[in-house]
Design a protein around this ligand. Structure first.
Ligand SMILES: [Zn+2]
Length: 421
């Protein structure tokens, strides 16, 4: 979010500034207890390269020390609430599929989506924080709608001071986010920047927060309508796992088939079916794809079928022929290897233990030599310690009615994980 440029001459040692920064987070959590879990999952980092405050996809929340020293505490707390809202509402993930190519427009539209809600709740935003009314837009909209309207405006001329809320908002990495986590020094001190929140953990935090809001909503009438709407959608699986799964699988297939440099300039034939979204074309040689399916007794058949049908659709539209796809039905061993890839063709055999590593191992070995692997599992499985030599997408099928934290053991960091509800 853009605020007045941090003033010179901020006072205090690094430790004092960090204490002030963390204190503002505590203040935010006390003002909005239902956001406490999410706020305390964020990792505060001070960094002079950050223009004011920004978040990344791993939930680091970086701030310029001068901003922290100069902003009144209640406004600093409002900045925390603003940035945790970017993360909770999945702005980066929505930006990935929104098909809007200007980061400036995206960030501005996202700030409009957030700030009119916060203002309606009486949160003390900085004076120059962006609001829909300042741009002649209706309040209460989603950023995707705002961005389409704002796309026609010369932003740089109209608004010389644009905010940069980081890749956790608009999705594009910023230079101050690029040090490897857990190894690089914190530019403001000597400690390493801690490893952040994984996509699976982020999803759990969102659902936990949504549950708290839903509970609060029935107990008291004081909850802002915007959060109630969000919580209801999130609780009901409002985050569209299908689109995330499709884009993840499409990206992996593209990368292994030598299409990593595919361009958005060459229109996809599917594009016409998705108004407003330009899909990258997938051209080039076909990739050998392995689908490892967890057939253990604990799997939900309906969700598995739905996931397989989505994968089938994206592979077909990407020109991956049936002959290049192999399905490995796996529990504690690989039971069947075949070409069935539509949901209704895969039989769940049930049975004892589960080890998805067995399926992965067989998929990468002769004679199959799959070049990318999609694993569909409920996550109750050990994983290979070392990353397989090919990209792996894990579709993590979560079970309705089970506590969120138990429902999903984290898959390993070498896999791209999509939560399937
Ligand atoms: Zn923002």
């Amino acid at each position: 979010m853009n605020t007045s440029a941090p003033s010179e001459g901020g006072s205090g040692s690094d430790a004092e500034v960090l204490a002030r920064y963390s204190g503002a987070r505590l203040r935010a959590a006390m003002a909005r207890p239902y956001l406490a879990t999410a706020l305390f999952s964020m990792i505060p980092v001070l960094d002079e390269r950050v223009p004011d405050m920004s978040v990344d996809r791993s939930w680091h929340c970086r701030a310029n020390p001068r901003l922290v020293s100069s902003l009144p505490p209640e406004q600093l707390a409002a900045m925390w609430i603003h940035h945790v809202t970017h993360l909770l509402r999945g702005h980066a993930e929505r930006a990935d599929v929104a098909g809007i190519d200007s980061g400036d427009v995206l960030n501005l539209a996202q700030d409009c989506e957030i700030n009119d809600d916060l203002e309606g709740e009486g949160i003390a935003l900085p004076e120059d924080a962006m609001r829909p009314s300042k741009l002649g837009l209706e309040p209460g909209g989603f950023f995707e709608q705002y961005a389409r309207v704002l796309g026609g405006i010369d932003l740089v001329q109209e608004l010389p001071q644009l905010g940069d809320c980081g890749s956790g908002a608009h999705g594009s990495p910023r230079e101050w986010e690029l040090e490897p986590q857990g190894s690089a020094p914190n530019p403001s001190g000597t400690e390493a920047v801690p490893v952040g929140v994984s996509s699976v953990e982020a999803d759990l935090i969102r659902r936990e927060t949504a549950q708290q809001i839903v509970q609060l909503g029935t107990e008291s009438g004081h909850l802002p309508a915007s959060w109630r709407r969000w919580a209801t959608e999130t609780g009901e699986g409002g985050t569209d796992w299908r689109s995330v799964l499709r884009s993840t699988v499409r990206g992996s297939v593209g990368a292994v088939a030598g299409r990593a440099d595919y361009t958005y300039g060459r229109p996809s034939r599917r594009a016409a079916a998705v108004p407003g979204v330009v899909l990258p074309s997938m051209v080039g040689r076909p990739a050998a794809v392995g689908i490892v399916v967890d057939t253990s007794g604990s799997m939900d058949e309906g969700q598995l079928g739905a996931a397989l049908d989505e994968i089938d659709a994206v592979l077909r539209s990407g020109g991956v022929r049936e002959a290049e796809v192999t399905v490995f039905a796996t529990d504690s061993a690989v039971h069947t290897v075949n070409r069935a890839r539509a949901g209704h063709e895969v039989e769940l055999v049930g049975g004892g233990g589960t080890d998805m590593g067995k399926g992965i191992e067989q998929a990468v070995s002769a004679p199959h030599r799959c070049e990318m692997i999609i694993v569909l599992t409920d996550g109750e499985t050990p994983w290979p310690e070392r990353a397989p030599p090919v990209p792996v997408v894990v579709g993590l099928i979560t079970k309705a009615g089970r506590p969120a934290v138990v429902a999903a053991p984290s898959p390993p960091p070498w896999a791209a994980t999509v939560m399937i509800r």
